[in-house]
Design a protein around this ligand. Structure first.
Ligand code: F6P
Length: 328
């Protein structure tokens, strides 16, 4: 069965994530193996509106599995927010003969796909690709494992220099709305405190905890902060500490890891996850499934309707939050 689909369009959108190339490769090779054609849409929804497309064959995706970024480029498209932009995109897809879409990206990409599918009915399957790991419907998103290990490698290096000087480091990691990278890299890196958007720790408590660590134990401390924490990023928290005279004698440094976490060669785990999800997305389209995102939950492939993605928020595991507090 191929549900009448002959040509699949594949695109990456929003923040790039290591493993997106592995996913594109799996989509292309699965589709070609199944007798379909594949068109790559460049620059996400922006390229869709502009008709920026290219035919992909087996060789177009050779030697890309090991590379970060995305060969199709990515974008955050303002124009796709408008009904007019989405209509232009649908017209471009129809004139390119694309009758099924694989959308690789994060929550913004899935929201766009949901509205687009409702308005224009072009069959579409989503593949979760974001380092933030904040998508409902999958235990892990493509790129999370690599980004986490990148953050962890940096934290380990920071620990060496922090220890050498008995310094306090505030390390900011990516996560505008989600604390997955912070929580997991904090546990892995032995952070003394982790601050994430999902739980609230007031500034007085932060000060008390850091102050007692730094004055009583006379050793280094690392606080890992998700960029979207309610107290603000590492620089804002540093300002609050520096303006408190109790911290006059505490040697404090800030390190913002930022986009270093988005790049780099994907981990083995991400390459395998991306390959599984890429294949599953083509299989889903060929089986007549649409308006769904593929994911892996408890090591099983699952399809989650777009509407459930928009209405559900993936909850951080409270046991892992408690573990982080216990062992820090
Ligand atoms: O895509 C999500 C994300 O990783 C956020 O957590 C982060 O704030 C954002 O991307 C950064 O986006 P940009 O690269 O557009 O600055």
């Amino acid at each position: 069965m191929n549900a009448g689909i002959e040509t699949i369009g594949v695109f990456t959108s929003g923040g790039d994530a290591p493993g997106m190339n592995a996913c594109i490769r799996a989509v292309v090779r699965t589709a070609i193996f199944s007798g379909l054609s594949v068109t790559g849409i460049r620059r996400g929804y922006s390229g869709m509106i502009d008709g920026d497309m290219t035919l992909l064959d087996r060789n177009s995706v050779s030697s890309i599995i090991q590379n970060g970024g995305t060969i199709l480029k990515s974008a955050r498209s303002e124009r796709f927010f408008s009904e007019k932009g989405r209509r232009q995109a649908a017209d471009q897809l129809r004139s390119a003969g694309i009758d099924g879409l694989v959308a690789i990206g994060g929550d913004g990409t899935m929201t766009g796909a949901t509205i687009f599918f409702e308005e224009h009915g072009i069959p579409c399957v989503g593949c979760p690709g974001t380092i933030d790991n904040d998508l409902y419907g999958t235990d892990e998103t493509i790129g999370f494992d690599t980004a986490l290990n990148t953050a962890l490698a940096s934290i380990d290096r920071i620990r060496d220099t922090a220890d050498a000087h008995n310094r306090l480091f505030l390390v900011e990691v990516i996560g505008r709305d989600a604390g997955y990278i912070a929580l997991h890299s904090g546990i892995g890196g032995g952070a003394e405190l982790v601050l994430i958007p999902e739980t609230y720790t007031g500034i007085d408590e932060v000060k008390n905890r850091i102050h007692s660590l730094m004055t009583q134990h006379l050793r280094s401390s690392i606080v890992v902060i998700a960029e979207g924490d309610e107290l603000g990023g590492a620089s804002q928290i540093a300002d609050a500490l520096r303006s408190d005279e109790d911290f006059d004698n505490i040697d404090l440094r800030v390190c913002i890891l930022g986009h270093t976490q988005r790049g780099g060669s994907p981990s083995a785990r991400d390459r395998v996850l991306a390959s599984r999800l890429g294949k599953a997305s083509v299989d889903a389209l060929m089986n007549g499934k649409t308006g769904v995102m593929v994911g892996i939950v408890n090591n099983q492939l699952v399809l989650t309707p777009f509407l459930d993605l928009v209405s559900h928020h993936k909850k951080i595991n409270p046991d892992i939050v408690a573990l982080s507090e216990l062992v820090s």
